[in-house]
Design a binder for this molecule. Structure first.
Ligand code: 8X3
Length: 250
């Protein structure tokens, strides 16, 4: 049987990187996409050149996304799995003092970026009547929390889109699933706090947070189910986390 192909956005670090590695270990050929060439090349080396195709683009740029996906060689076009992982939080401020550029970034990457990539990948899935889209949501897309405002809104949008995409694509043989992580120890908080390493590290202190590999495990589980099974949604939390804001720290 031909090797399946997965495309993972935001593969240069964190959950995307771990997912690309896990999928490759499970026999997938992986298109790794991101904005940082050096990290993508490093990951390509780690996975092994025959199983990987790095594609450099920023999900925010609609035209660049279109051109990049259109540039895939014929043998990489029949994408079986799309992991819409690229996403960030920028800032954690009350709505009255929030930074509009942070808001734009979160809506552009987490919502519009997901749509742009999906738009380019879907035609082949619909044509082949086969495919699986995994959207990375968040517990922040299930519960709003203090100062989370626009980040929460962007993840609520991912939640709505996942449900709506599942409805639209059910007749097309394309599965849509959503993974909603709680606290995962990645570069996420460092980006949110604009490089403040101490503040970022504090988020994960006093309990054992999830690791990117824990989320990759769930994604691999989802995509390796039999054809008639769709794990539609998963909410995955560290054992010490009970809700977006209730974390048992010791
Ligand atoms: C990331 C998890 O709890 O910081 O989506 O919103 S949280």
């Amino acid at each position: 049987m031909a090797q399946k192909i997965a495309l993972v956005t935001g593969a240069s670090s964190g959950i995307g990187r771990a997912t690309a590695i896990q999928l490759a270990l499970h026999g997938y050929k992986v298109i790794i996409t991101g904005r940082r060439n050096e990290q993508l090349q490093e990951l390509a080396q780690e996975i092994g050149p025959e199983s990987v195709y790095p594609l450099l683009f920023d999900v925010r740029d609609r035209e660049v996304v279109r051109e990049a996906i259109a540039s895939l060689p014929a043998e990489w076009r029949a994408i079986d799995v799309l992991v819409n992982n690229a996403g960030n939080a920028h800032g954690l401020s009350p709505i009255q003092t929030g930074d509009i550029e942070d808001w734009d970034a979160m809506i552009d990457i987490n919502v519009k970026g997901l749509l742009y990539v999906t738009k380019e990948v879907l035609p082949v899935m619909v044509e082949r009547k086969s495919g699986h889209i995994i959207n990375i949501g968040s517990i922040a897309g299930k519960e709003a929390y203090a100062n989370g405002n626009v980040y929460c809104a962007s993840k609520f949008a991912v939640d709505a889109l996942s449900k709506a995409m599942r409805i639209d694509l059910v007749h097309e043989g394309v599965k849509v699933s959503e993974v909603n992580p709680g606290l995962v120890e990645t570069g996420f908080s460092e980006v949110r706090f604009k490089g403040d390493k101490e503040r970022a590290a504090n988020v994960y202190k006093g309990f054992e947070p999830l690791q990117a590999e824990d989320i990759a495990d769930v994604i691999v589980f989802m995509v390796t189910r039999p054809k008639h099974v769709n794990i539609a949604e998963v909410l995955i939390l560290p054992a010490a986390q009970a809700s977006a804001t209730v974390v048992y720290k010791q």
